[in-house]
Design a protein around this ligand. Sequence first.
Ligand code: AMP
Ligand code: ZN
Length: 114
Amino acid sequence: MADCLFCKIAAGEIPAEKVKEADDWVAFRDISPQAPTHVLIIPREHIATINELEPGHAELVGKLFLAAQQIAAEEGIAEPGYRAVVNCNAQAGQAVFHIHVHLLGGREMGWPPG
Ligand code: AMP
Ligand code: ZN
């Protein structure tokens, strides 16, 4: 999508600290980290929010979480624990309308989230 920040990061048109990538997803460090590890995992395909997901995206969404699992292991946060979060729309705090999994870890997390 032409005017989407995360589409541009996926295409390499805007720099980001990439952690890992595959044919259909890219993972990069959040520019404003909220935990010692804060990685965003995005599909290369532009999907604005969870609300736009279709049955055909099921495998892709699974891959995003498998990427989170893999990166958590590599970042050393798999055993102590981590959070994999997807915000949907404004009231949940979504600011970039290209679906992304936040992988957060390396510190104690509170519950319920703010
Ligand atoms: P959300 O609020 O769930 O939409 O999350 C958007 C996230 O993208 C925030 O945590 C931002 O810090 C992060 N972000 C915004 N711009 C960039 C960027 N250019 N590179 C990396 N992360 C970004
Ligand atoms: Zn996009």
